[in-house]
Design a protein around this ligand. Structure first.
Ligand code: SAM
Length: 220
């Protein structure tokens, strides 16, 4: 099965012997990739809409993986059950992800690993989960088409992070590399444009944006 680089990278971050709940599975390509690795991964592929889940069922049937992947229809973590130790959510906004966790805070006490690829508000997501007994154990950047995506792995534990670490990623700051520089060059450009267009009386917002510009310039 052909899978895009973003989903492949997420799949490669899942540990062997995991039981995953993929929230917002859509076509279930990630789940199919995971169980085809043949290192004892099981998955619940869940989605809030029947349309995507129907497509997921068809794809799972095509690869004869009905014993390894179960489809569940439902909103966010309504589809969670106790076998799950790893939650995967990708391809949606960061605030949507936070809303999904807030609706089922008890799940955060039960799972060991959460792998997220939020399309935006990554810093808010990191702050939310680190406030609730997770730390950032790994981070990756992946380029797929013209976009660069962040993937963040949260594991059980505590860690204190600086503003710069929340903003740029504590693990990414250590790893850096070519894609890191490309990603933050783009972020820098977006903020330089923002500074130009912000109205004069947005002083506090300008202060925050300038602070982020300085942090980026220090690191790229
Ligand atoms: C853009 S697709 C992403 C699919 C896949 N996870 C990926 O990264 O390519 C977003 C999927 O999330 C589903 N979704 C959005 N909000 C959801 C929620 N609260 N609970 C479950 N699924 C949700 C949508 O129906 C859609 O199928």
């Amino acid at each position: 099965m052909k899978i895009n680089d973003r989903l492949k990278k997420i799949g490669d971050l899942v540990q062997a012997n995991s039981f995953c709940l993929d929230v917002g599975c859509d076509h279930a390509f990630l789940d199919i990739y995971l169980v085809q690795r043949k290192d004892h991964i099981k998955a619940f592929a869940s989605d809030i809409k029947e349309g995507p889940l129907h497509q997921a069922r068809e794809n799972i049937k095509k690869y004869h993986l009905e014993d390894e992947i179960e489809c569940r229809l439902g909103n966010g973590l309504d589809t969670y059950s106790d076998e799950v130790d790893t939650i995967l959510i990708s391809g949606m906004g960061g605030r949507n992800m936070i809303g999904i966790f807030k609706a089922h805070m008890e799940v955060l006490k039960k799972v060991n690993t959460i792998i997220l690829s939020p399309n935006n508000y990554q810093e808010e997501v990191k702050r939310f989960l680190t406030k609730h007994h997770f730390y950032i154990s790994n981070e990756e950047l992946v380029k797929d088409g013209k976009f660069i995506y962040q993937i963040i792995v949260f594991s059980k534990g505590h860690e204190h992070y600086s503003k710069k670490e929340y903003f740029m990623g504590p693990v990414l700051l250590k790893k850096k590399g070519k894609l890191f520089r490309e990603y933050f060059q783009r972020e820098l450009k977006a903020r330089e444009i923002l500074i130009q267009v912000l109205p004069k009386n947005y002083r506090f917002k300008k202060f925050l944006v300038k602070r982020e510009i300085k942090m980026i310039q220090e690191e790229i």
